[in-house]
Design a protein around this ligand. Sequence first.
Ligand code: FES
Ligand code: FES
Length: 132
Amino acid sequence: MTLAEVLRGPLHLTGTKIACNRGACSACTVWLDGAPVPSCMILALDVGERKVTTIEGLANGDVLHKVQQAFIDHDAIQCGFCTPGMVMSCAALLERNANPCEDDVREAISGHICRCGTYPHVIAAVLAAATK
Ligand code: FES
Ligand code: FES
């Protein structure tokens, strides 16, 4: 089983989405030891002792991560299917670069397919979150 299948199946962590299931859309992005990865391309057995962080683990209790809040504030969500993966990649960007430029954000989300076309709002949200 892949990591994505284990998350959504036995672990009931359904925030992680599976779309293409072949590493081409980034909907299934989670963090592995803090780095964003496509969980549909990782065998669960290969995770070993590494730490997995999903969208469910990003908020601090009832307080949303600043990227999650910025997505809401900037209407960066339409159908929402791509959103968990997109948020994980954007939050990882801010972890490694607290002051990204627009091109940095574009690169961070370059592997993400959003059929609703939220990209301009996502970029605005991440740049705003970086100032918080
Ligand atoms: S579902 Fe994993 S990359 Fe598309
Ligand atoms: S918000 Fe619908 S696919 Fe991105």
